[in-house]
Write a protein that binds this ligand. Sequence first.
Ligand code: SF4
Length: 299
Amino acid sequence: MGDSRTLIMEDGQTTRASSVRASLAKRTLAHDSVTDPLRGYFASMAARTGDAIWGERTPYAPGQGWPVRVDLHLVDGLTPDEVDAWTPSACLLCSNGCGLDIAVKDGRMVGVRGRAEDRVNHGRLGPKGLYGWQGQLHDRLTSPMIRNGTDLVEASWDEAMNLITSRSKELLDTKGPLSHGFYTSGQLMLEEYYTLAVIGKAGIGTPHMDGNTRLCTATAAASLKESFGADGQPGSYADLDATEALFCFGHNVAATQTVLWSRILDRLAGSNPSPRPPRYTSRPGPGPTSPWSMGCYSN
Ligand code: SF4
């Protein structure tokens, strides 16, 4: 029976695993230790497309540390020697949390550099980390805007806050507390959440208060607890340096956490112990596997 699972390729396209396996089995792959056609397919995909998004490969073997590769992007014409200061920070454009240093010149941000000693990225940055900061150079909102019909009109903070309070009072007087709802950030501190709860529930008296954590962290914590019995992450990125088998379910690492995918590609490009063909199973959890049967599967 054919393999009916959907294979999510590195370029984001999907195809049936059975059709890839059948077509690849017909030809010889230029990869010394390939015994599994899918593994060879991913190795060749990495060689063909990896440089553009995931950077150059720095292969490493099981048990070795992930080699350092420092990625850098500065504004046109500027060299690292001309940077006034490097300010330690972190990329916040996905949950990977890569360490980076912000290049500063004449008091302005002029680039970023991956931090070599950071345990998450070992100096690497993906496309979002390398180039995303440029969006902060232009078109930043610097003052409140009040909607007037189809236009947004610049206003002072006093004007904006007075409008919020007068409109809120009007709604409370005419429609009551249920006219108000709060959709809050997941990034507040304890004291700020407390203040918000006092304003919303004790002050205004609305039950309609929800946080964005319902759509991200809270759901992740609930599923981790259900799967592993605890809401903490069950592993560490450093486990990728030692593991002999990796399965990704329902998570397109190549597209969403490009630096983590670089680590996986580097393991795949390095030497591996005695490859064996993968044995696919529908059982969740550990089972008979082959070293580095790479691919992300979704049903
Ligand atoms: S993987 Fe890319 S977007 Fe995510 S934290 Fe690292 S550099 Fe930023």
